[in-house]
Design a protein around this ligand. Structure first.
Ligand SMILES: [Zn+2]
Length: 486
């Protein structure tokens, strides 16, 4: 048996929320952590130095895409992922299972999954052993087990069978991985818990997975259309069975509210394409919700995207300029959108870590969600924290209010006060006092990601659907927060 190349230090807890540090052969990252996704060994549009500037301490690359092009053997010849990407910090690769299971005409048997390459139709079989070899060639610090992903919804019997097959495959992954790594392992293998949305299957899968000694554990099969409420239920039925002294990774999640609510339930690591994918198309996260910067109303807007954001874009450019760049399909627009969104996620994680350290996570969580979510979204998710109805004012918000601290003091772009949309008092709002109603449209209405760019609607009505099945938010009342466990 070899020693693990990865260690986890649990620095503190606040309720179920955890503050930790993961150390890998390429350095440490603080948890709760958000990992930006570099699908083809690049976070689209960002230089690695930009990515570092967002506060990202670890990033992810996708095994399936890199196996297809340029090929994992080519990556190995070029010096493996850290060298190729010019990123000397921790990297995680997935197993490729999630992508393979979503391909048409894939065939599953006990040995593995057979599928056709999208580019040439060639039939290929991916097995647990093969997934380990490919990830060994890529050379990430953390690699993921090849698991059986079931769709949502899924009947009980196939979901149960997938749990047991995932366990058998995990044992094969571990055997292949241990053999390849020998006495001097440089990669840490994480196991994945499945079980669809059945609490007993999640508990079963968590116990079966935990019984195999690994440096970390992940919750898979989420963010597949089940919605926020069911996702939280899945975490709650899994978390009690996961070891306290190992990192927990919620795969492929999600929106800022998903992250904060999952941190409250004991999750340490996240990855998601949302901030980069949205950023490229001009859907930008702000402390007052998402905005679609391509809308006509931002054309002459002289404020930064988020006055509290420390990113290079918010320090130097106006909403109006970014509106122009993205509407003109300028590369810089996508870069600035991505840079801003990933910075927003990293600022959120930093604030969460700080709140856990100070024992104030619960009040931070409430304050963030209260400011960030629109009333509609609070209704949808059953997340209500105050009885006061507040309107989000996209344009002229006070810069001292935000609950997410900036990485450094914000230097303001030289810009005159914009034309107020509604009469405003000169008095600054008191802390925790409800903001004056502005008459402005909700910041995160009407900005659904698939709506057309440059939508002309000024009505504030939603223009499209959400990409995740976020409607299934069957919710228990969350007003009191997640159940407290020690
Ligand atoms: Zn920014």
């Amino acid at each position: 048996m070899s020693t693990s190349p990865l260690s986890f230090e649990l620095i503190g807890t606040d309720g179920t929320a955890r503050r930790g540090r993961v150390t890998t052969p390429h350095g440490s990252f603080e948890t709760p952590a958000f990992m930006p996704v570099g699908t083809r060994a690049t976070v689209k549009g960002l230089m690695p130095r930009d990515l570092e500037e967002t506060g990202s301490q670890i990033c992810l690359a996708n095994t399936y895409h890199l196996h297809v092009a340029p090929g994992d053997k080519v990556i190995k010849k070029l010096g493996k992922l850290h060298t190729v990407m010019g990123w000397n910090k921790p990297i995680l690769t997935d197993s490729g299972g999630f992508q393979v299971f979503s391909l048409p005409k894939q065939q599953l048997d006990e040995e593995g999954v057979t599928f056709s390459f999208e580019k040439d139709g060639k039939r290929v079989k991916l097995t647990p052993e093969r997934a380990m070899i490919i990830q060994n060639n890529l050379g990430a610090d953390i690699i993921m087990a090849f698991d059986v992903c079931v769709p949502f919804p899924c009947d009980y019997a196939p979901a149960r069978e997938a749990v047991y097959r995932t366990e058998r495959w995990l044992k094969r992954c571990k055997a292949a991985h241990d053999e390849a790594q020998g006495d001097q392992p440089t990669q840490a293998l994480f196991g994945i818990v499945q079980g669809s949305t059945y609490p007993d299957l999640r508990a079963l899968s968590a116990q079966l997975t935990r019984d195999i000694d690994l440096p970390g554990y992940a919750i898979g099969g989420v963010s597949v259309g089940e919605g926020h409420g069911l996702m939280m239920d899945v975490i709650e039925s899994t978390e009690p069975y996961l070891p306290k002294d190992k990192p927990r990774y919620l795969m492929g999640v999600g929106y800022p509210e998903d992250l904060i609510e999952a941190v409250a339930r004991g999750i340490d690591m996240f990855d998601c394409v949302l901030p980069s994918r949205y950023g490229r198309s001009g859907v930008l996260f702000t402390r007052r919700g998402r905005i679609r910067i391509t809308k006509g109303k931002y054309r002459a807007d002289r404020f930064p995207v988020d006055p509290q954001c420390s990113c290079y874009g918010c320090q130097n450019f106006s909403r109006g300029y970014i509106n122009h760049l993205i509407n003109s399909s300028e590369i810089l627009g996508s870069t600035l959108g991505t840079l801003h969104n990933i910075t927003f996620y990293q600022d959120l994680m930093r604030a969460a870590r700080s709140a856990i350290e100070q024992g104030t996570f619960e009040s931070f969580r409430r304050a963030f969600l209260d400011e960030y979510l629109s009333e509609d979204r609070k209704d949808e998710l059953n997340l209500h924290f105050t009885d006061t109805r507040q309107d989000h004012d996209e344009l002229s918000w006070d810069t001292e209010h935000s609950v997410i601290p900036s990485a450094k003091p914000v230097k303001h772009v030289d810009m005159p006060e914009p034309k107020p949309q509604a009469p405003q008092t000169t008095e600054k709002p008191k802390k925790d006092a409800p903001r004056a109603k502005s008459g402005g449209a909700h910041a995160n209405k009407g900005n659904a990601p698939r709506a057309r760019q440059g939508g002309k609607s000024q009505s504030g009505k939603p223009q499209g659907g959400r990409p995740q099945g976020s409607k299934g938010g069957r919710g228990k009342p969350r007003g009191k927060g997640p159940s407290k466990k020690k």
